[in-house]
Design a binder for this molecule. Structure first.
Ligand code: FPP
Length: 251
């Protein structure tokens, strides 16, 4: 496994983010600029996903979450949805072996039951083959929406309270986190969005509370391992205060 990047010097491997979340935006614009069908942009974008997974695994990032398909994306033309579902299936099929070889576990967050049966079948198989891997978690947000996730969390907690298995007085932030799709995962330390839009777009609304946000104008198909490493360096230069005062002013 080689990502061919020479940009990793001055990166502190001991202080990498534990969890990086990515909004891969700009596939359509990348294709349009080249007078290609939007689907070609998604296909090129899938290549970028491979590169970023490789470099992340090499460096030792623990969790990588990609926003691959949002609840809102169901409103796209039927032909684009169909092409994307086919692409997810092909990617999972073709990467299963590499995931095994590199000790990568697959995770899925979102409303899986809305996905077509054949996509769910591939997901179920790869989840099963990779479930013992602990080198990195490759987490795909598929049919994912942050508000839907929060709504489902409220419903689950309400059912337990009504059934008497959860005392409402004991509900705290940990209870909420435990009832989200991301239970057991650390919150993202870093969120990267490509193609310049300054929005969160219903992605990990609860979990991004203290994440460092990076927006690059680069379109997702043009994003490279080198730019990813540069963002990690910039992340390491930021001071994360979590609402407290700066270390340098608190003495
Ligand atoms: C956003 O670009 C991208 C998507 C909705 C799909 C992303 C999917 C892939 C890159 C395929 C592989 C992914 C995985 C991880 C299985 P856009 O279409 O909104 O671009 P635009 O804003 O320029 O129109």
């Amino acid at each position: 496994m080689s990502s061919n990047t020479s940009n990793t010097h001055r990166l502190n491997i001991a202080e990498l983010p534990r969890h990086v979340a990515v909004i891969m935006d700009g596939n359509g614009r990348w294709a349009k600029k080249r007078l290609l069908n939007r689907v070609k942009g998604h296909e090129k974008g899938a290549e970028t996903v491979r590169q970023i997974v490789r470099i992340s695994r090499e460096m030792g990032i623990g969790v990588l979450t990609f926003f691959a398909f949002s609840t809102e994306n169901w409103q796209r033309p039927e032909s684009e949805i169909h092409a994307l579902m086919g692409l997810f299936k092909r990617l999972l099929n073709s990467e299963e072996r590499e995931m095994q070889e590199n000790n990568i576990r697959l995770g899925i967050i979102g409303q899986i039951d809305r996905l077509p049966e054949d996509v769910r079948a591939v997901i179920a198989r790869v989840l099963k083959t990779t479930r013992g891997n602990d080198g990195m978690l490759l987490n795909l947000a598929l049919s994912y929406g942050g508000r839907t996730e929060i709504t489902e969390m409220v419903r689950r907690i309400a059912f337990k309270s009504a059934a008497g298995t959860l005392n409402p007085d004991t509900i705290d932030e940990a209870t909420v986190a435990d009832h989200l799709y991301t239970r057991e995962l650390p919150d993202p330390d870093l969120m990267i969005r490509t193609s310049g839009e300054m929005r969160i777009s219903n992605f990990l609304l609860w979990q991004l509370a203290y994440a460092e946000l990076f927006v690059t104008p680069t379109l997702w198909p043009d994003f490279t391992a080198d730019e990813f490493v540069s963002i990690l360096k910039e992340y390491q230069n930021r001071e994360r205060r979590f609402g407290k005062v700066s270390k340098s002013t608190s003495d």
